[in-house]
Design a protein around this ligand. Structure first.
Ligand code: COA
Length: 441
């Protein structure tokens, strides 16, 4: 049972709401493609510069920047501050970086909201960026020790003696671990475990992934994403502009999915490249203001952040169940029920994870046993669920996903005349995030 959580209410003591004035993202690109030569920081700077330009905001109005990155950068560990310094914003804008795995840009948004509700700032830039193409490659522990020792050695022969102790194996580079340190399982292996124990069939997973691609392709074709996705002309050649996500399959065919081999349990598994979110590069950003500041500057916000919650569960269990733990807390905080939501957007780490969470939402047994609540969270209405696809099709640059979901959900709420939306994500370490968004009629 999730006992310790963090949650917040978007209306502070003053009754001031946190306005999400606008949001923007880069197109998302498969690892090693359009943004092969760009870092997360490069992508973050591109999107924040464009966000400010489109908002026609005097950057001197910005009080703080909270930005996130999941894959660590050795050269720019505080990406938020580098974004301030690299986008022409005044240098006296304070900034800090956050990481909450796949929920990172929910965290950057709510951290900024907390500062604003505490009266510290009235305008903030938030978001997140990740590059799966630009991952830090580490050296082995023996080589790292030898380098440190050699740096202190007095003479060249001493240095050579230190390196002579290394074996060829010690020289092999170490890629970043995608495994949970506590369980030793990758995300994909956790999804396999959930599919197996939850009885989620391969066909159901494939059908869900096909739904995601079909919906995202339609959204692109219908112009739904046009205003929330900028165009990028990637360095260093500046000759191949990218205007759309390059992972969305415009010709998704259900038969194609069944041919793919499982990747995380090659013998008995059901999780494949087709029904997983792919490794992706991209960035997103949000412009937040207190409601009164937005009004004073003449903005009509996309909507408001009504409430939020984070929760945690044992990663050794069903690691990707975060939405089922965080959502009821955020709903409580907003004083709302799932049936009040006009839209539900859940981060699609894997189709198996989505289907397990959907089951849990509608299960009284799950509510009683895992949440200590008498009633199920509620049945998710298909007509309101991930209506424009999700991370399986669009891609998942870890830190950029939350802000993508918030922007799309708010625009869609406006489009369909809805009032409330839920955006929720699972995250590494058994974490969950949920935010309740509100749009004025
Ligand atoms: C699953 C994963 C290992 C696949 O990586 P990959 O093998 O590089 O994936 P690819 O995109 O190259 O796809 C492999 C093949 O499947 C095919 N494929 C993928 N999706 C398909 C689909 N929907 N329909 C038909 N074919 C598809 C690709 O075309 C490719 O075929 P090819 O080998 O003939 O080119 C990788 O995406 C991954 O690790 N994802 C999980 C990321 C993660 O952990 N996220 C955290 C979640 S919070």
């Amino acid at each position: 049972m999730a006992k310790k959580q963090t949650n917040g209410n978007g209306a502070g003591a003053s009754g001031e709401r946190i306005a999400i004035v606008t949001g923007l993202r880069t197109p998302f690109a498969k690892q090693g493609t359009a943004y092969r030569d760009l870092s997360a920081l490069d992508l973050g700077k591109l999107v924040v510069s464009e966000l400010l330009a489109r908002a026609e905001l005097d950057p001197r109005e910005v009080g703080m920047c909270v930005y996130g990155q999941v894959v660590p950068s050795l050269s720019a560990p505080n990406i938020a501050r580098e974004i301030v310094l690299g986008t022409g914003m005044p240098k006296d804008i304070e900034a800090f970086s956050v990481s909450r795995a796949c929920a990172t840009s929910f965290q950057s948004m709510t951290s900024a909201a907390e500062a604003m509700l505490a009266g510290q700032h009235t305008v903030a830039v938030t978001g997140g960026a990740d590059s799966a193409s630009d991952v830090p490659i580490a050296v082995s522990k023996p080589l790292a020790n030898a380098l440190v020792e050699a740096a202190k050695a007095k003479s060249l022969p001493d240095k050579l003696r230190i390196f002579a102790k290394l074996s060829p194996r010690d020289l092999v580079p170490v890629p970043p671990a995608l495994k949970e340190p506590t369980t030793g399982l990758t995300m994909g292996e956790s999804a396999e475990k959930m599919a197996r124990e939850g009885g989620i069939a391969r066909e159901e997973q494939d059908a869900f992934a096909h739904r995601s691609h079909t919906r995202a392709a339609k959204a692109w074709a219908d112009g739904v994403f046009a205003e929330e996705v900028m165009h990028v002309v990637p360095a260093p050649r500046y000759d191949r502009p990218i205007a759309e996500d390059n992972l969305v399959r415009k010709d998704s065919a259900l038969e194609g999915y069944s041919k793919l081999k499982p990747v995380f349990d090659r013998k008995y598994g059901t999780v494949t490249a087709g029904n997983s979110s792919p490794l992706t590069d991209g960035a997103s950003a949000l412009l937040l203001m207190t409601e009164s500041k937005a009004k004073a500057l003449g903005y009509t916000p996309l909507g408001y952040l009504k409430a939020w919650a984070y929760a945690a569960l044992d990663p050794g269990g069903w690691m990707l169940m975060g939405p089922s733990y965080a959502t009821p807390l955020a709903l409580d905080h907003a004083g709302l029920r799932l049936k009040d939501m006009d839209l539900v957007d859940m981060h699609e780490a894997f189709a198996a994870q989505i289907l397990c969470n959907k089951q849990a939402f509608s299960s009284k047994k799950f509510a009683e046993e895992k949440l200590g609540r008498p009633e199920a969270i509620g049945e998710i209405d298909e007509a309101k669920f991930n209506v424009h696809g999700g991370s399986i099709a669009i891609g998942h640059p870890f830190a950029a996903t939350g802000a993508r979901m918030v922007t799309t959900a708010l625009r869609e709420l406006k489009r369909r005349g809805g009032r409330y939306g839920l955006a929720t994500a699972c995250a590494a370490g058994g974490l969950g995030a949920a935010v309740i968004l509100e749009v004025d009629a």
